[in-house]
Design a binder for this molecule. Structure first.
Ligand SMILES: Nc1nc2c(ncn2[C@@H]2O[C@H](COP(=O)(O)OP(=O)(O)OP(=O)(O)O)[C@@H](O)[C@H]2O)c(=O)[nH]1
Ligand SMILES: O=C([O-])CC(=O)C(=O)O
Ligand SMILES: [Mn+2]
Length: 615
């Protein structure tokens, strides 16, 4: 261990037991300790022992409830402050040097001004608490160019969750230190210092929240929230916002996508990625149980995908995470048995779900029967007569991905898999058909660029409002949206045109004329995937419409289910009146981009309007 000339007791605290001689890292951690003034500093080794010790401390503090060991081994439930239940997009900032580099979709503030605000907020913010130092890597530790990070946090809940979601601890620290590698410095504080003698609360947080990214120096500062995407900084903050900037500069793509491996009855494997906004079905599709005869699904990832052009001109994809942070409500034995099996193996942390009288967890949609009595996510008695939901709509399960029975072995391969198709999807009651094949790659980019969805509980704010969400990345772009689309165009230029994935627009959420879902969804989506594969093979039947090719009614394999003919019509129709309105909204959306929007996207949109005019 190196000898430090520490200047303050806090710097001493940070470095005295530091298990690394990486001087730059030691100095950085010491500096954060000086700023935040914790009572203790702990370098996280990532061991089970450490995890169990933190869990015991959090049970003692009332943050975690240990679940029934027989039903949910080594699992815990956490209940957040009712005002800290989701990502806070209006408090999320991209502080690039120039405002135009953050683009019109992001909140921006001058980096110097923001650093001033953060210095004030973080000054003494960890008083009375332990500061944890979490070395982590997103993606594989033995990747060609491992993407390291170090999260400093005063939340043990964050440490436990990060251990599920990413590769953390000693092995990562050792390799990072040996290589003196660059790491993304990520600072997190719940923003609730304790004065001497002050009693803690189960879920400390601060009414003022700051989720801040500095893309040029690749750093992250998160203040005031303990929740999910606000606090587990390896996830959305690093693996999407900061990684998207790295990807722009280094020539790859960081995307909000699931990865699914699908094997046909003939034994041929296909890899499909899907970009859907938060709470629009990624985890469910990633864990699909196909209902269509003879098809097998395996998963590689459910939320984040990094794409690189391979040496043979193919697109290759990996999942940089190691766990699920999945939406609990709607995840059930009938809709998502693969998730339920993974969860049942234990080692999970549930946040804002309800507790059963047997010490288990429950949420809306988990089982067909509703329990007679629960403790709801706010800690109140709950019965089926209660007006409130038992679980918060954005309640989550945090579960290791390697507990998935249907995990594809390629998940473990640093070189990833070759991508065959990309689905862009959203939650739209009207207008957008069940599935549409883009006319070609550039038309596919237009589909991604103009993707839209009704807002959900995954972010604070109104639910059910239609908004444009380019490539499902709206809340996760680390730079200008037009530059991002131009980067897509540029990256695809590197691929062999023959090997570019085919692109599809999907919508599992369209309503029928009676207001119900027009398509049964979930496992039945395998029927749509089968059509996609048939299109790739050149055998699937389709009808050309002004927005692309949609299946004929007969070309969707509906063996074994009954879908009413009129429901199928409602699911598949391209209604010119709806699209006239839609095209106006798209025009308005594209009008918000500046110069940076690639001309090819404007041209492809003009072509789409022209096809409607000709139809
Ligand atoms: N009707 C219908 N609902 C679905 C379908 N797939 C998912 N859902 C519901 O949509 C909600 C969100 O699904 P998820 O799979 O968790 O969404 P996600 O995209 O992984 O969300 P994030 O983890 O927030 O990014 C859940 O309540 C699901 O039950 C589908 O095919 N049809
Ligand atoms: O980031 C979070 O808090 C949860 C999540 O996966 C999302 O909202 O997309
Ligand atoms: Mn998910």
């Amino acid at each position: 261990m190196a000898d430090d000339n520490a200047t303050t007791p806090f710097a001493d605290l940070a470095t005295q037991d530091a298990p690394t001689d990486y001087a730059q890292l030691r100095d950085w951690v010491a500096g954060i300790a000086e700023l935040t003034q914790p009572d203790a500093v702990h370098w996280v080794d990532g061991s089970q022992e450490e995890y169990d010790r933190l869990a015991a401390e959090l049970v003692e503090a009332g943050t975690l409830t240990k679940l029934n060991e027989k039903k949910f081994p080594n699992s815990y439930a956490a209940f957040s402050d009712p005002a800290d239940v989701a990502r806070v997009e209006d408090r999320t900032f991209i502080c690039s040097e120039k405002e135009e580099d953050a683009g019109f979709t992001n909140n921006w503030m001058d980096p110097r001004q923001m650093h001033g605000i953060l210095d004030d907020a973080f000054a003494g913010s960890m008083r009375g608490r332990t500061m944890y130092v979490i070395p982590f890597v997103m993606g594989h530790l033995d990747a060609e160019d491992p993407k390291y990070g170090v999260e400093v946090t005063d939340s043990a809940y964050v440490v436990m969750s990060m251990r599920i979601m990413a590769r953390i601890g000693t092995e990562v620290l050792d390799k990072m230190s040996r290589e003196q590698a660059f790491y993304v410095p990520a600072v997190h504080s719940v923003g609730a210092p304790l004065e001497p003698g002050q009693e803690d609360v189960p879920w400390p947080c601060n009414p003022t929240k700051w989720i801040v990214h500095f893309p040029e120096d690749r750093s992250i500062w998160s203040y005031g929230s303990g929740y999910g995407g606000n606090a587990l900084l390896g996830k959305k903050c690093y693996a999407l916002r900061i990684a998207s900037v790295m990807a722009r500069d280094e020539g790859w793509l960081a995307e909000h996508m699931l990865i699914l491996k699908l094997t046909s009855p003939e034994g041929k494997a296909y890899h499909i990625a899907g970009a859907f906004p938060s709470a629009c079905g990624k985890t469910n599709l990633a864990l699909i149980d196909p209902t269509v005869e003879g098809w097998k699904a395996e998963t590689l990832g459910d939320d984040i995908t990094w794409i690189r052009a391979g040496k043979d001109g193919e697109f290759r994809v990996i999942n940089p995470e190691t766990g699920y942070f999945g939406v609990a409500p709607g995840t059930g034995w009938s809709t998502n048995p693969n998730a339920m099996r993974a969860i049942s193996k234990g080692n999970s942390i549930f946040t804002n779900v309800a507790l059963t009288d047997e010490g288990g967890v429950w949420w809306e949609g988990m089982t067909d029967d509703t329990p007679d009595h629960l403790i709801d996510w706010r800690g109140n008695d709950w019965t089926p007569e209660s007006e409130m939901k038992a679980a918060h709509p954005n309640s989550r399960f945090c579960t290791p991905i390697d507990q998935t029975d249907m995990l594809a072995e390629e998940y473990f391969a640093p070189e990833g898999v070759k991508l065959d198709a990309i689905l862009f999807g959203g939650r739209r009651k009207t207008t957008v058909p069940l599935v549409t094949e883009a006319l070609d790659w550039e038309d596919g980019i237009l589909k991604g660029a103009t993707l839209s969805s009704e807002t959900t509980a995954a972010a604070a704010g109104a639910v059910g409002v239609v908004r444009r969400d380019p490539m499902a990345m709206l809340p996760f772009l680390g730079y200008d949206a037009g530059d991002y689309l131009a980067h897509w165009v540029r990256e695809s230029g590197k691929a062999d045109p023959e090997k570019l994935p085919k692109i599809y627009l999907v919508n599992w959420f369209r309503r029928n004329r009676d207001g119900g879902f027009a398509w049964p969804g979930f496992g039945e989506n395998s029927r749509v995937l089968k059509w996609v594969v048939e299109r790739i093979e050149g055998t699937g039947e389709g009808v050309e419409t002004p927005i692309g090719v949609i299946p004929t009614k007969a070309s969707l394999d509906l063996t074994g289910i009954t879908v009413k003919d009129e429901d199928l019509e409602d699911a598949l129709k391209v209604d010119p009146a709806e699209w006239e309105k839609e095209n106006e909204l798209i025009e308005e959306w594209l009008g918000q981009f500046g110069e940076s929007l690639p001309q090819s996207i404007r041209d492809r949109f003009a072509a789409q309007k022209e096809r409607f005019a000709q139809a």
